[in-house]
Write a protein that binds this ligand. Structure first.
Ligand code: GTP
Ligand code: MG
Length: 303
């Protein structure tokens, strides 16, 4: 289910994106509501210069409702039109048409002043692999016309889906690369399952998760695993907590030592399957030093 970027790959994707940008009026970027910072493409602002911008916080059903709203406000305050969506169930998808209309209002009026009437606005969906582009398009368009699956992929050719009198959608979404030079971003992308587990060490992923949970969701690990405390400040304390979870769950190696790898794997599984609840891993007001909470890489304060 995973996608890997190589320099050739990326250059091609970028070139394709530049070509597609010439055809469209509005860019609809999907980000994962659990990690809106890390799942946002670093180059899209430059690529989509002068285009109307819509951000969809997808998989909002898996994220924390309080922070969903905070992120919505955050992006709105930066000039984006924003919606919270669950593409899988279709919740929130209907309002996207209205948001696209609003985002394109200025353009429609400009056209009208020039005597161009009834030219539909052209939109394109973009986002990193596995963020839910195909699922969203299916839901938005109203029938299963685009291939979906838990598998990144690229389709060739350009076709437009006529949504209604006012809007056309490029049928192939643009696949964008994440900020993968940033290790912390890599860990969080791996946590939500969007990059290969084999590239990123599972224990490091679990430690990053524990640091965030300890800070923002202190009750979660206590309730689920019966550990005494989740007060963790650094990697060493996070490791101690992971060991405590292993012991509580009787994940032991021969000789009785805690089996860290197994504990890390089921902690991550529990997070991904929302058994830990609806958890957001990034927050709009996260101070810069907390973006570096895991001390594994340079924090990227840019969104
Ligand atoms: N819970 C939940 N799952 C979703 C949502 N949107 C998509 N998914 C799931 O996420 C996985 C990836 O969805 P896709 O639509 O294939 O993602 P994509 O962006 O098209 O992926 P690529 O084509 O690989 O770039 C699938 O298992 C979907 O069912 C959502 O809003 N909520
Ligand atoms: Mg797809």
């Amino acid at each position: 289910m995973h996608f890997q970027w190589y320099p050739g790959h990326m250059a091609k994707a970028k070139k394709m994106m530049q070509e597609d940008m010439k055809l469209i009026d509005v860019v609809i970027e999907l980000v994962d509501a659990r990690i809106p910072h890390s799942s946002k493409n670093p180059d899209i602002d430059a690529l989509a210069k002068n285009k109307s911008r819509v951000i969809l916080l997808n998989k909002s059903d898996m994220a924390d409702q309080r922070y969903n709203n905070a992120w919505k406000e955050y992006f709105e305050s930066r000039g984006y039109y924003v919606a919270l969506v669950n593409s899988k169930s279709g919740a929130g998808v209907k309002q996207v048409q209205e948001i696209v209309n609003k985002a394109c209002q200025a353009k429609i009026e400009r056209d009208r002043r020039r005597g161009i009437l009834n030219r539909p606005v052209r939109a394109m969906i973009v986002g990193i692999p596995n963020v839910g582009k195909s699922t969203f398009i299916n839901s938005f368009v109203g029938k299963a016309s685009t291939k979906t699956g838990n598998k990144p992929g690229v389709t060739k050719g350009k076709q437009w889906i006529r949504l209604n009198k006012f809007t056309e959608l490029l049928d192939t979404p643009g696949i964008l690369w994440p900020k993968f030079e940033d290790q912390l971003v890599g860990l969080r992308l791996a946590l939500i399952g969007s990059i290969n587990d084999n590239i990123i060490d599972t224990t490091n992923m679990a430690l990053e998760l524990i640091l965030i949970l300890g800070k923002y969701y202190p009750q979660v690990l206590i309730n689920r695993y019966g550990v005494e405390t989740t007060k963790v400040e650094d990697q060493r304390e996070a490791m101690e907590l992971l060991q405590a979870i292993a012991v509580k769950r009787s994940c032991l190696l021969k000789g009785g030592m805690p089996d860290i790898d197994r504990a890390a794997a089921f902690l991550i599984d529990d997070f991904r399957s929302t058994k830990l609840g609806n958890i957001t891993l990034e927050f709009p007001d996260m101070p810069a030093e907390e973006k570096e909470i895991s001390q594994t890489g340079e924090a990227d304060a840019r969104i």
